[in-house]
Design a protein around this ligand. Sequence first.
Ligand code: NAD
Length: 436
Amino acid sequence: MGRLCKREGSVYMAVQHVSLGVTIVGGGMITNDLLLPSLYHLQRTGLVRNIDICALNTPPLKELKENREFQEAFPGQDFRPHPALSEGPDKLFPELYRDVVAAMAPGNMVVVAVPDNLHYGVVQHALEHDQNVLCVKPLVLKYAQAVEIEKLAAEKGRFVGVEYHKRCDRRSLVARRAYALGQFGAFILGEAKLIEPYYYRFSNFQNWFTCDRTDPFTYIGCHYVDLVYFIAGLKPVEVSVHGVKGKFPNGNEAFMWSHGRVTWENGALLSVTNGLGYPDDAAGSNDQGLVMFCEGKGRSGLLFHDDHYRGVAYSYQEGIGPGGSRYNYVSPDFYRVVPWEGPGYKPVGYGYESVAGITQAIHRMESETAGMAPEAALKARRQIIRKVDAQGLIATPANSSINELVVEAARMSILQNAVPVRILYGEKPHIEIKHP
Ligand SMILES: NC(=O)c1ccc[n+]([C@@H]2O[C@H](COP(=O)([O-])OP(=O)(O)OC[C@H]3O[C@@H](n4cnc5c(N)ncnc54)[C@H](O)[C@@H]3O)[C@@H](O)[C@H]2O)c1
């Protein structure tokens, strides 16, 4: 199948419709709550062909297979599990994703949804095997790794999109435009908050959310740091993060709460509070929001986003809300399945739109270059990637690696009692401890 499409300049070229084979690496919460249902819907639209999911062992794969909401929303749709479900629940397959990805034909898509500290290895492996990548945030935990990924992706002409879904929230997009038009003035002081539910402490988080690997700022604070960068276009130049430790039920020690201060290139300050502790009994499902005060001409400006209570509250007959609660603040904005003209239900919300946006970008790039000679296709893919980088809407290694600098600085700071860590830009961006 083909159609004519106008690309760069005025040359019309044949476009082949390809559909993407997708392998999701990681079968945990984010795969269940957002990635798989979004990809199921994209399978319906023809963008996605087969879906394979590779996890560390079989229990999460079984849960995904048995998820009633998927069966109701996406009747007849399914994925191929790796390892096979006949394997025992305790047998671990940490390297299996390597074979599954290596077996894919070039130019398809790997979705990386493993714990933060494993992203780097999986993304590199996918690129080495000529795959495009959708990676959940944060892309990686070190700036140097983001640069390596950017280089490898450019060399291969394969797309890497980082799934910072808050960028796709309409309120962020409206704010980005309004800020660029100068409607607020210049950001000067702000507060960002994202407190995830207490019940997370009883999940698989116990096995990886440990002090040596991550912390609340790195895990969720990065969303709002990215958002301030996305809205205001300012670069962060200093980070200090204080952590409060606690223990998971299995005895592993973690930073359960964190308080960060990010200084921006114009001297603005952002306070970032995060934690795994929003009460399960509360109306939730978590607490989050952003406030930005700005300096204008003869008056100040304000951006206030309540991302917690979005104006919808339900009280259920049963305790079907997050954490088993009955009364809930329901966000129709992030991700919900709703009735539509087709079978089952369809996903809506900025979470879905973010996954769809990256998948569509990859699909478009592969479709537009499918019929070309290899060298020409590589050149064209590189051009398309550079255009997305420059546009700055989809987060890519090239346009969002301030996030890796911030995360790297935050990890250094939280492990050394909130020492301020500076981010230095220039030819070789790097971080260093700020000495008094
Ligand atoms: N708001 C967001 O953008 C958001 C929300 C939640 C999670 N995340 C990110 O998603 C990632 C995963 O988080 P989660 O909440 O789903 O965690 P989780 O602990 O629920 O799931 C992790 C999954 O990774 C799998 N896994 C671990 N090692 C593996 C390996 N070697 N090979 C294959 N699979 C392996 C496990 O089997 C498990 O299914 C993290 O990076 C997290 O930061 C992002």
